[in-house]
Design a protein around this ligand. Sequence first.
Ligand code: PNS
Length: 168
Amino acid sequence: MKIAVCPGSFDPVTYGHLDIIARSTDLFDRVYVAVLTNPSKQPLFTADERVDMLKRATAEFDTVHCETFSGLVIDYAKMRGAVAMVKGLRAVTDFEYELKMASMNHHLDKDIETVFMMTNNKYSFLSSSAVKEVASLGGDVSAWVPSFVAEALAGKYTMLAESGIDIG
Ligand code: PNS
């Protein structure tokens, strides 16, 4: 059985992520979607909230499992018996960052490949950060995330505004 891991922050999951996950299910028998910590990002949603949204968004795929893991992605991939980690590449700007991570992970374990998939053109400019920025200013994000994610974003920003927290 060929197992893959789709790691990320997923803060929150977008249709760009879901496109990569769906295409991964065509290539691998089982796909573990893992919410991991990106030390350079301050998340809006808790890890459990992000996993819940991922579970809902991928419910149609029997071979997809979503969970959170705190630690190195390579340790997670090993724990799950994965042969590959699948990442989406949008533009040249993603390349340097992804190459650095893929090289580091290869150094840590040479048996686990990083596989890059080109993001579908229609999502080439889409990112969780852009979705959060638009949602935080009251814009419509329904073209980029499932409706329950758009609702969760609106709820989160309303809650933060009511509690007087600066959402920067
Ligand atoms: O969606 P993101 O923020 O680009 O995902 C990055 C993520 C979470 C996959 C990356 O930061 C990661 O792998 N974090 C776990 C810690 C780790 O293994 N770091 C070493 C990679 S060089």
